[in-house]
Design a protein. Structure first.
Length: 337
């Protein structure tokens, strides 16, 4: 196993607001057509939440000690007529661009942006186009940030961290028109107790013509639900996990994300992972070997079991993208007549 990168967390979208965090009084929700919200946030930190009538949801979370003094913070939804040219050419995921002000504000610790959008905005069917968090200064300087994407059913959450304020959005263009994605297809049928569920398809792809060399870190994590129903993680081939299996970068990221979305799930102790160096051909991409590289979830008791497949895509020139897809299995008892 190779060293793994700890990926920071990513971004968000929406429009109607509430706020919380420090001792400042909560503000009433603004009308749907309000495009900007301003709030004073001090050393205790705070959160600004914007929710749109279309179901989009954006949060800006400023941790304690990120600011030395109380500062007036503004989150503004940028009208399409004012979108930067980079966005005009590639519309943002969720359909919104945000300006975080005052521009150029630097924080002592990263602030987190959180976006919840419909999973359909990431692609149709099983083909998920991975978005990336992008920021742009008024002078035109572009920065691409590490991104985490969590997909659960019809919803998707996008997380990122930044230490400066400028114009921010989530887009699928990772430079020169290149896109990256994951195809992960799970069977929909029930799984018998002591049976195994595995993907029908598992691949990563790109539209880049450069055939990028990428490192793909794959993690499979089973939940440990409070009712005792377990889903065990299995790999087709045995390998030594080592002492760092439980505090690895991918598991730590998954735990952080579950905490952010306020999930009570906890990864079980048999979580496993695998690292691969692959070449992404523009048309074929890279299909994981079902005999060597596909994870399996083994049902151990009747009931619902939940796990996650985590794919971390790391290219030579782009910020890492981490994709987390929730997998739910329905374990049924085999009746013998």
């Amino acid at each position: 196993m190779k060293d793994r990168l700890l990926v920071p967390l990513l971004m968000g979208l929406g429009l109607m607001l509430s706020s919380c965090g420090d001792d400042a009084p909560s503000q009433p929700n603004p009308p749907d057509d309000e495009l900007a919200v301003t709030r004073r946030i001090g050393a205790a930190g705070g959160t600004i939440v914007l929710e749109g009538a279309d179901g989009t949801h954006f949060e800006l979370r400023i941790p304690a000690a990120a600011l030395d003094d109380e500062t007036e913070i503004t989150v503004r939804r940028v009208p399409p007529a004012e979108w930067p040219p980079e966005v005009q050419a590639n519309p943002p995921v969720g359909g919104a661009v945000f300006e975080l002000l005052p521009e150029g504000t630097l924080f002592n610790a990263p602030v987190t942006t959180y976006t919840r959008v419909g999973a359909a905005s990431l692609g149709s069917g099983t083909r998920t186009t991975l978005p990336g968090h992008v920021s742009r200064t008024s002078a035109g300087s572009i920065e691409r940030h590490p991104t985490s994407v969590h997909r659960r059913g019809s919803d998707a959450v996008i997380l990122a961290r930044t230490q400066h304020f400028s114009t921010h959005w989530v887009g699928t263009d990772h430079g020169d028109g290149a896109e990256y994605g994951v195809n992960l297809v799970w069977p929909t049928n029930d799984v018998p107790v002591e049976g195994v569920a595995s993907p029908n398809e598992f691949s990563v792809w790109t539209s880049s013509v450069d055939e990028p060399q990428v490192r793909v870190s794959v993690g499979a994590f089973a939940a440990a639900p409070p009712d005792g129903t377990q889903v065990q993680v299995l790999w087709p081939i045995p390998f030594e996990l080592g002492d760092d299996a439980l505090d690895s970068a991918l598991e730590e990221e998954l735990r952080t994300l579950l905490a952010v979305v306020e999930s009570e799930d906890t990864p079980a102790s048999n979580s496993t992972m695998l690292d691969l160096d692959v070449t992404l051909a523009p048309e074929e991409g890279y299909t994981f070997d079902p005999d060597l590289e596909w994870p399996r979830f083994g049902c151990q008791a009747e009931g619902k079991g939940r796990g996650w497949v985590v794919v971390q895509l790391i290219t030579a020139r782009e910020a890492p993208i981490t994709y987390i897809e929730e997998v739910e299995t329905n374990c049924i008892t085999i009746l013998i007549e």
